[in-house]
Design a protein around this ligand. Sequence first.
Ligand code: PMP
Length: 364
Amino acid sequence: MKIRAVFDRFSPYEWEMSPEEIAKVAKIPVGDVIRLDTNTSPFIPEKWLRTLSKDVHKLPVNQYPDTRYTELTRYISRYCGVKDENIIVASGADEAIDIIIKTIVDYDDKVVLSTPSYPMFRIASQIAGGKTINVPRRNSPPFADDVDGIIHTSKENRASAVFLCNPNNPTGTFLEIDQIRRIVEELDCGVVVDEAYFEYCGKTAIKLINEHPNLFIIRTLSKAFSLAGARIAYILANEETANKLNYVRPPNSLSVISIRLGIIALSDVRQVNRWVKYILKERDRCFKALSSMRNVKPYPSVANFILFRLLKGNSEEVYRQLLTKGISIRNLNGVEMLDNCMRVTIGSKKQNNRFLSELKRIVD
Ligand code: PMP
């Protein structure tokens, strides 16, 4: 059997360990695993699940979901303050990335990435046959997007797409909206802004979509909405651009159960705001605690995670030692600019305390 040539020299996504695997390494029950490696929320939305369970017996699971996702789209439109026509629903932001790439990136096309960033931009582009070009972030301020470099490189290579992540995973940095405006105005290729962590910083490029048909904004309910397991995301774009995405998107990628849960969640945004407030308070507390450790340098973050560098010791070893305690964080050693760096998701107060005290014991 032939495997496509794009996979001859390809570095795939590194799958996270399952909670069962972590529990086995740590020799603890699965329920005691502390998962701070996927930037998800520590809160299980029990109230929403109770509402869902009251509705679930009536759901028409014998039929495909409404292909237009009419009701869910209406709720997203109210939440974002855009028209229904500006919205494309997707099964997770990863599918959203894929839909955009399949719409605008042809074989051998160039895709510009501001790196380091979310690895799926590179992976999905390469799978489509695109060639990625990295524009490294600046050293000062740490990990700021090199806007001039992005514009210059995109023009020089006649790129068909530029990916920005705002706030950026894994650095936690933010690119001001007027800089995004500059990029979409100076380039005529697609500019994708992944706002998966929008709710933690509150600033968005939404206001630019109507004037700029080359702008795509990606959002997800996997982070602040605590619904990573339900796989609900959406793309916001100019109406004409959104219609083009409809050529590509699969007609039925969300289940009727996820759609219902998404609607319940979007009817209760005040709950999301309370969770966000909790996480931001915890993030600031964790940042201070990490700063006070002699051998740790945390970087300021506007998202629900913190990137930090070990000034002494080795991140591979620290990763392994935390794992033996049932705590999983992301080891980023080997990623460009991130030698000896790790990323920790902000969890519940109890989880954060466990992580902080184990880290202190290992490195300080
Ligand atoms: N974009 C970014 C920047 C992310 O960090 C993630 C998840 N780690 C995703 C997209 C994927 O999110 P989803 O669960 O919606 O597929």
